[in-house]
Design a protein around this ligand. Structure first.
Ligand code: URA
Length: 259
């Protein structure tokens, strides 16, 4: 295996970053500095170090979250070359990463990625009841009582939805910021009636939140996912990703999602 590929797979840096580590003379194979980019290593035999730290190929599953911006498709490859989430996560370091479920192209927020197919399947399985919190900017003025059909469980064209927790959100609150940007506010909200709503659901049907809100006659203008089960974005900036913390991984283990 090429040394720069080994380094990227072992998590030392991205592929390009690994090349830089090599040309900077920071990489040793069996004690010898290797700067030549075409050099090969045998991952089972050779001892590779960066600044004296040994790197190996681990088989451990990777879990990370992305704060997805609008305008990106939830796919790792698009035949039409449209922007997709693959370009926002470190596939060089972690080959085999894929998104757990989907967010629509125009939806922002928490998208989980893993290399662990079983964990992904568990997370999406209805029996696990993984709750997702969404915040939506919707057209029109919504009153609390207008949300009752969603709380009871609204009927959509592909069947009834489970009862959803939902509440109105103050447009000026911190929580509303993800869907009410200042620029957006200035451009649109001054003259167009709109409301911010928070919804928690544990199902994951196609366009479900948009269809639920459309069904009560308040089409979604903007949609953002704040949390996915025990995971939430915290201060993660839009377009950025981070590995899950040990604590977050432990919470997934506790739910029987990963081992
Ligand atoms: N529900 C939707 O309608 N869209 C999403 O992207 C996620 C949930």
């Amino acid at each position: 295996m090429r040394l720069q590929r080994f380094l990227a797979r072992a998590g030392a840096a991205s592929r390009r970053g690994s090349e830089n580590l090599m040309t900077a003379g920071r990489v040793r194979v069996n004690g010898y500095v290797v700067t030549e980019l075409g050099s090969k290593v045998d991952p089972l035999i050779d001892v590779v170090t960066v600044d004296g730290i040994v790197y190996t190929l681990t088989q451990k599953s990777v879990f990370l979250m992305l704060n997805k911006p609008a305008g990106f498709l939830t796919t790792m490859k698009d035949p039409r070359n449209r922007p997709c989430v693959a370009s926002l996560v470190p596939t060089d370091q972690h080959p085999g990463l894929f998104p757990v479920g989907r967010l629509d192209k125009d939806t922002t927020g928490l998208l989980l990625f893993t290399t662990d197919g079983q964990a992904a399947q568990n997370m999406l399985h209805p029996s696990k009841h993984v709750t997702k919190h969404y915040i939506a900017l919707v057209e029109g003025i919504v009153l609390d009582e207008d949300l009752e059909p969603l709380r009871r469980g609204i009927l959509l064209d592909d069947g009834p939805c489970a009862p959803a927790q939902c509440e109105l959100v103050d447009k000026n609150s911190r929580q509303a910021m993800s869907v009410v940007g200042r620029k957006y506010h200035a451009q649109h909200l001054e003259y167009k009636a709109s409301t911010v709503v928070c919804l928690a659901i544990h199902e994951g049907r196609k366009h479900q939140v948009k269809r639920m809100l459309e069904a009560i006659d308040h089409p979604v203008i903007r949609l953002h996912r704040q949390s996915f089960g025990p995971l939430s974005l915290g201060n993660l900036k839009q377009g950025s990703w981070r590995l899950l913390t040990d604590q977050e991984l432990a919470s997934l283990t506790k739910m029987g999602i990963q081992q």
